[in-house]
Unconditional design. Structure first.
Length: 107
């Protein structure tokens, strides 16, 4: 069940980026955003387009985490952390992730 939960979270986060001029994949490869272990995206650049993308992605992730937590009867922060670990692990070479020490690393 946890594997299905993680895959669902990842797909939802990727699909929610399609409505923007800047896609999540583009932002990742351009070093504009980074994944965190807490399940949320962080803007590494402060331009309006990146900030808007991060805000919408995180809003969608939060809603998904809440829904999944309720349907699986687990705390929402646990769902977010599971998703964050998976997103950080799946980051591609050249993308930024935040380590457990809080520092940004380029994979």
């Amino acid at each position: 069940m946890k594997k299905t939960l993680k895959v669902t979270l990842l797909l939802l986060s990727l699909l929610s980026a399609n409505a923007f001029a800047l896609t999540l994949n583009e932002a990742r490869t351009q070093g504009r955003v980074g994944e965190t272990l807490n399940g949320y995206l962080v803007a590494l650049q402060t331009d309006a387009e990146t900030q808007a993308l991060v805000s919408e992605i995180n809003k969608a992730r939060s809603a998904s985490y809440q829904q999944l937590a309720e349907s699986n009867n687990i705390p929402v922060d646990e769902v977010a952390k599971m998703a964050g670990q998976k997103l950080v692990t799946r980051a591609k070479p050249g993308e930024y992730v935040q380590g457990i020490n809080g520092k940004w690393l380029k994979k």
